[in-house]
Ligand binder design. Structure first.
Ligand code: PFF
Length: 460
């Protein structure tokens, strides 16, 4: 594979921080703990870890191979001399990135607003439910969406080293410190233990579903099997949280030098992502249980984040402490969302640079503007936002992941040659190839079929 000259990360750890920054986002701090509690606590964590290792990590390594091997953005990376042109998949990645960032930025805008309102004390003086209903849609939601897109575009404008690498090296440690600090505070609250129990006590019955079947000659019967809904939930979460299936990791890896060990990097990024998600649950559930707000969680996952948490902090009687805690929480969310948004915009920006020969400044501003405009409906309608999340944030990521596994597993010539460069433990090559060629596509196909069937059922 020919490698184009390209800007590189300044330090080894710079890439890891940036990739962790992309992976760790709203998906970790809320979605993971929420799904875990919903699907049977520790039992779900086990299924999730298995899927992470068997599907998520092999696909991540595949993205790294494609990115570093080509040194190009996703569209160009999929055009290799002597191979069929797969650039269509690259375009799908760009569209998915744009689709995700358009609504992700609206939600991140709310976290920005909540950070300000925690500091000013406004958030602690209102009814959190009414407040959430008022601010999520309308012109102020649009204003914060614009504000957040400006922040994101500003970082991407700075380029890979000065913009992305410098900022994530500060933001990620700060994020971990904030979550850990809040977690420690939460552990001292009365009732915290009930939160841990709800979060982690395994309920294996959640893993199994009964399926009613009919076979001619035998008639109706039912079988118990691993719940497909749960598997789909866990797989969707794996892709979303690891930023897979839309070229973010291809793009970041395109700035990697050849001597780095790609499997080692995959381990670092996926376990850091899992660790932060797990830690977030250890922070959130004690807070929710100590203040008796678990019923709020059932209402709507997003609502619970923006309603239950302020309601909990309102019950802390010293204003300065409640304001401080609330600020720390929403500011941590904001940081997590920002480093993820940067990676989404970098996919669009680097593709515009490579495809249309734009310079970084024009490409970042055009990409940012496009996301801003596409996100306008999400700032005015929660239904639209939810639909965009389903289509871009779940379905298209899984389609992208499936196509990518097929491309790197079956079509690309000698992906293992690129993988072997800088690889310390060669024994990983064969299992990686097996998982990418067989298990990942089959599992993704099954999950996508389930997704489509559910979607059709919902329609009628
Ligand atoms: N991984 C991010 C999260 O967990 O919030 C979301 C995301 C970022 C998805 C970048 C996809 C992506 F390319």
């Amino acid at each position: 594979m020919q490698k184009a000259p390209r800007e590189n990360w300044n330090t080894k750890i710079g890439f890891v921080f940036a990739a962790v920054g992309s992976a760790v986002g709203l998906g970790n701090i809320w979605r993971f703990p929420y799904l875990t509690a919903e699907y049977g606590g520790a039992a779900f964590v086990l299924v999730y870890i298995v899927l992470l290792i068997l599907i998520g990590m092999p696909v991540m390594t595949a993205e790294f191979i494609l990115g570093r091997g080509s040194g190009k953005s996703p569209v160009q990376a999929l055009i290799q001399p002597g191979e069929n042109n797969w650039s269509g998949l690259g375009y799908l990645f760009v569209i998915t990135g744009l689709g995700i960032l358009s609504y992700y930025s609206v939600i991140a805008g709310w976290t920005l607003r909540y950070s300000f309102e925690s500091l000013s004390g406004v958030l602690l003086a209102v009814d959190p439910g009414d407040h959430f209903d008022q601010i999520t849609t309308g012109t102020t939601s649009l204003m914060y969406h614009i504000f957040f897109m400006l922040l994101t575009t500003g970082i991407v404008l700075g380029g890979v080293r000065k913009g992305i690498e410098q900022s994530v090296k500060v933001l990620i440690p700060l994020l971990i410190a904030l979550i850990a600090g809040l977690g420690i505070w939460a552990s001292f609250q009365i009732g915290a233990v009930d939160g841990y129990r709800y979060y982690l006590q395994p309920d294996f019955s959640e893993l199994i579903s009964n399926y009613a079947l009919y076979l001619p000659g035998i008639g109706h019967f039912s079988i118990s099997f691993l719940s497909l809904g749960l598997l789909a939930g866990a797989a969707g979460q794996t892709f979303f949280t690891l930023s897979l299936g839309m070229g973010a990791m291809i793009t970041y890896a395109s700035y990697l030098p050849r001597k780095d060990d790609l499997i080692e990097k995959t381990f670092y990024v996926s376990f850091a992502d899992f660790g932060i998600a797990f830690l977030s649950g250890l922070m959130i559930f004690p807070i929710i249980f100590s203040f008796g707000l678990i019923d709020r969680v059932g209402e709507s996952p997003l609502g619970a984040l923006f309603i239950a948490i302020p309601e909990a902090f309102q019950q802390v009687t010293t204003p300065i402490i409640s304001q401080g805690l609330s600020f720390i929480f929403f500011f941590a969310l904001l940081l997590a969302a920002l480093t993820s948004a940067v990676s989404l915009l970098e996919v669009v920006t680097s593709s515009l640079m490579d495809e249309l020969k734009m310079n970084r400044r024009v490409a970042a501003v055009s990409g940012g503007l496009a996301c801003l405009v596409v996100g306008i409906p999400a700032a005015f309608s929660l239904d639209w936002l939810g639909m965009a999340d389903k289509i871009a944030g779940s379905f298209l990521l899984l389609v992208g992941g499936l196509a990518l596994a097929i491309y790197v597993g079956w079509i690309m010539k000698e992906p293992t040659v690129e993988l072997s460069r800088g690889l310390k433990l060669k024994m990983f090559v064969k299992p990686w190839r097996f998982l990418l060629r067989y298990l990942a596509p089959l599992a993704l196909l099954a999950i996508l079929s389930n997704f489509v069937l559910n979607f059709i059922q919902e329609l009628f």
